[in-house]
Design a protein around this ligand. Structure first.
Ligand code: PLP
Length: 392
């Protein structure tokens, strides 16, 4: 095979690999409880589905503006004003095929070969790969349960070089559910201002915060507004992962550059999904609130059950739908060498699919998703507990 050098440095998404393996085992008839999922288990609310059906019936089935329908960008602009206190015009917004696509576009637009992007580990699996695809270098700051999975300002200062271009933030975080406070964001923002860096703020889990309040870093000052690219979308909040709608808010100049790039790769996202996204953003928030309440219950349940198993250090997630416990205390009793071996053991012995922390740059941890029913969570941890007790 003679593939491009660029792609040879990319590692396949560990989360999708495990998902595929899990689906295969299920197809073979094995009973697997899937706690590896990265998407809501709820249905897209009916009023959103209806808007999509209406779009089809009304023939809204053609190419749209590459940047996304003006009407959708207006809805996003209104949302950013209402929820995040940020004044972006529809011309400063670009709609793409999911927030993942939005992030990909940003790195392609901003990075030159060798430019550095500061990210924290544990990180969402696609960040380092997307940065490398844009010829950039991910510079990773390690965080852990002790510092609540949050970067300290001094850690950031230590890794800044003349090549640093972007600080990437993800609050609430996948995989840890950690949430940065306004004060913490301000401190990071001041570093970005001092060193003239861009901030990319991935706020895709914004609506799923249980205890804290979400703060958009771009809302904190004019200086931060001007250097921040805010990323969001409808996938997680409205249970719309398959519809593929994400967006960025930035300067008009960068929005135009990214639109031009997008026009030569994917053009506009689906016209039907765009109409559904308008309904999501303009509709009642009650379904989002109901889903959030359910996630909160499941989070509390999962924390309680994990605490009941062996030596597990846990940081209660404040948002998103993942728990990322430190399971290094499990290795010796289970006779395992790594979190990857523990994940395999969980799948094969306990019938529970979860993702090893190594996939997120943090060996010694496991990511359990609580985007599944309370019953599944109860069954999964009963099975793990039983197998652990048998081992001891
Ligand atoms: N950012 C983070 C942190 C995510 O976890 C995900 C999805 O898992 C995305 C972005 C991408 O979301 P979308 O479905 O909108 O592409």
């Amino acid at each position: 095979m003679n593939y491009s050098v660029k792609l040879s440095s990319i590692t396949p998404s560990a989360t999708s690999t495990l998902n595929t393996l899990t689906k295969e085992l299920i197809k073979e008839g094995k009973s697997i409880i899937n706690l590896s999922i990265g998407e809501p288990d709820f249905e897209t609310p009916d009023y959103i589905k209806e808007a999509a059906k209406k779009a089809i019936d009304e023939g809204i089935t053609r190419y749209t503006e590459n940047q996304g329908f003006f009407q959708l960008r207006k809805s996003i602009s209104d949302k950013l004003k209402r929820d995040n206190h940020m004044a972006y015009s529809p011309y400063e917004i670009v709609v793409s095929n999911g927030a993942k696509h939005s992030l990909y576009n940003i790195f392609q637009a901003l990075l030159n070969p060798g430019d550095e992007v500061i990210i924290q580990s544990p990180y969402w699996v696609s960040y380092p790969e997307m940065i490398k695809l844009a010829a950039g270098n991910p510079v990773i700051i390690k965080t852990n349960t002790i510092n609540q999975f949050k970067m300290k300002p001094e850690q950031i200062r230590e890794v800044i070089t003349p090549k640093t271009k972007i600080i990437l933030l993800n609050s609430p975080s996948n995989p840890t559910g950690s949430v940065y406070s306004k004060e913490e964001l301000m401190e990071i923002g001041n570093i970005a201002i001092k060193h003239d860096l861009y901030i990319v703020s991935d706020e895709i889990y914004e609506k799923l915060i249980f205890d804290d309040k979400h703060t958009s870093i771009a809302s904190l000052s004019n200086e931060l507004f001007n250097r921040t690219i805010t990323v969001n979308g409808v996938s997680k909040a409205y249970a719309m992962t398959g519809w593929r709608i994400g967006y960025i808010a930035t300067t008009r100049d960068l929005a135009n550059t990214i639109t031009s790039f997008q026009s030569h790769s994917t053009s506009n996202p689906s016209s039907i999904s765009q109409m559904a996204a308008i309904a999501a953003l303009e509709g009642p928030e009650s379904s989002v609130i109901q889903m959030k309440e359910r996630y909160k219950k499941r989070r509390d349940l999962m924390c309680e059950l994990i605490n009941d198993i062996m030596d597990t250090r846990l940081c209660v997630p404040k948002g998103a739908f993942y728990i990322f416990p430190d399971i290094s205390g499990w290795l010796k009793p289970l006779g395992k060498q790594s979190c990857v071996e523990v994940a395999q053991w969980l799948l094969e012995e306990c019938g529970v699919a979860a993702i090893p922390g190594a996939a997120f740059g943090s060996p010694g941890y496991i990511r359990f998703s609580f985007a599944t029913s309370e019953e599944n969570i109860q069954r999964a941890f009963a099975s793990i507990k039983e197998k652990i007790e048998k081992n001891n």
